[in-house]
Design a protein around this ligand. Structure first.
Ligand code: CMC
Length: 431
């Protein structure tokens, strides 16, 4: 006896029936292609703009249960990782699939720490940007440029070459992000300090001035560590899909990750925390919250930082970030907008409009408040997302290049344009 699950489809155009196998709750789109296939008909296809119900891969990196509010990296709950791990340990977990032994951990941290410097020519490239260049534009072009410094990176079948580029990219992202930040301020770029931890070194490159050694506040370094862990991966989102799609052409990983950074740059993806901050500034005081909520319910605008395509329960990352707020504000002083955010959350969570639609705070609701308290301008918020997401992108890229089922990404289209027109030369059309 086999417990094979199948689906029977009857094509009402022909009356023919087809049996299609169901595996892991999915059918293969290629099986649908057999339906109605003939010399003149390519067979049935699936129309799914935005991939809202299409699995593009099998993956063992990140698990999400949106109904229950569960997020796990390689099976480990995000809450436990945020509480007890470090970003670099989580990056190792994502890339290698398991937690490191002490030796593996020390070797990994050593390698990443000693690849934090970037080629001086890349520094010159960054210096060539206009004073007001958006740091995401600077980041994506400099990561793209890295492929020219490491031309061997295109040997994507070679495990050692892959490892070297992964280490380089995770190591250099904070350097490039911090330099983009300093550039906007007209301040000298600060070289990495390899005595410091990953997040301490990032704070040093962001904020060090004339002091011979930067002394980062451990509470801020820890809060950044938590934020980095929360943003490290989120399965097949738009930027990860961009990395996989571009990576499927077998290009080098710098170019594939550049595509991910570009996708993250967009306001529908990495830019929502900036929108939350602008919204809170506009509401200004706790007293203005009820009127704002009424406006949202009347469809005048959305409550930014609320709702999620996948999470229909509390976004587990939002709970952790809310806690991190307290630690950061202990150092920086409370951001007055926190009161507005808390009032918004309180009212919205009791209001039928939000309850009925399962709208809860998402990761972006509180993160902008922390970033602002750390003196980041809103344009830097997405850079702070891209730096830790690099490990997730690379874990997904590795999975892609090792997956024998994957092919170059090449979706179908339903053509809706004109056909077989006769070209009329301009000499006749423009008479
Ligand atoms: N404020 C008010 N109403 C909302 C909101 C909101 N933030 N989000 C959804 N709704 C309503 C929406 O109007 C609709 O109502 P109705 O059924 O009466 O038409 C219903 O809830 C379902 O909305 P939807 O747009 O179909 O849901 P979606 O899954 O397509 O959208 C979303 C998800 C995140 C784009 C949306 O909730 C939203 O725009 N939120 C605000 C922006 C935001 O915070 N984005 C950050 C997402 S988390 C970042 C990440 O993980 O990458």
């Amino acid at each position: 006896m086999t417990d094979k699950q199948t689906l029977t489809i009857r094509d009402n155009r022909s009356g023919e029936e087809y049996e299609v196998e169901i595996t892991d709750g999915s059918i293969r789109a290629a099986d649908l292609g057999k339906i109605g296939k003939s010399d003149d008909d390519p067979g049935l296809s699936v129309y799914d703009p935005g991939f809202t119900n299409t699995a593009s891969t099998r993956s063992a990196v990140t698990y999400i249960d949106g109904e229950k509010g569960i997020l796990e990296y390689r099976g480990y709950p995000i809450e436990q990782l945020a509480e007890s791990s470090t970003y670099l340990e989580v990056a190792y977990l994502l890339i290698h699939g398991e937690l490191p032994t002490k030796e593996q951990h020390d070797q990994w941290v050593h390698e990443i720490t000693f690849h934090t410097f970037v080629h001086e020519n890349l520094k010159s490239q960054l210096q060539g940007f206009r004073y007001d260049a958006h740091p995401m534009g600077m980041l994506l072009s400099s990561v793209g440029a890295l492929s020219t410094f490491y031309p061997e990176a295109n040997k994507i079948k070679d495990p050692q070459v892959r490892h070297d580029q992964i280490v380089r990219m995770i190591a250099k992202m904070p350097t490039l992000g911090a330099w983009a930040f300093r550039h906007a301020q007209g301040k000298p770029y600060v070289y990495p300090d390899n005595d410091l931890s990953y997040t301490e070194n990032f704070l040093s490159m962001l904020f060090r001035m004339s002091e011979p050694k930067y002394d980062p506040d451990p509470r801020l370094a820890k809060a950044l560590e938590v934020l980095f862990i929360l943003h490290a991966d989120h399965e097949q989102n738009a930027s990860t899909n961009a990395v996989r799609s571009v990576g499927s052409s077998q290009v080098d990983p710098y170019s594939a990750v550049t595509a991910g950074i570009a996708a993250l740059y967009g306001p529908l993806h990495g830019g929502a925390n900036e929108a939350v901050l602008k919204m809170l500034k506009r509401i200004k005081t706790k007293d203005n919250v009820p009127a704002f909520i009424e406006g949202v319910k009347n469809g005048e605008e959305r409550l930014m930082g609320f709702g999620h395509r996948v999470y229909k329960n509390y976004d587990p990352r939002a709970t952790i970030i809310k806690k991190a707020c307290d630690d950061v504000f202990e150092v920086t002083g409370v951001n007055p907008l926190l009161e507005v955010a808390q009032e918004l959350e309180k009212i919205a969570l009791e209001d039928e409009y939000f309850v009925k639609r399962k709208l809860y705070p998402n990761v972006d609701f509180y993160s902008g408040l922390i970033y602002e308290a750390l003196q980041f301008p809103p344009e830097m918020f997405t850079v702070l997302f891209a730096i830790p997401r690099t490990s997730g992108w690379l874990a997904q890229w590795l999975e892609l290049v090792d997956d024998p089922e994957q092919k170059i990404a090449r979706p179908k289209q339903i053509y809706t344009g004109a056909r077989q027109l006769d070209f009329v030369p301009s000499s006749e059309r423009w008479k």
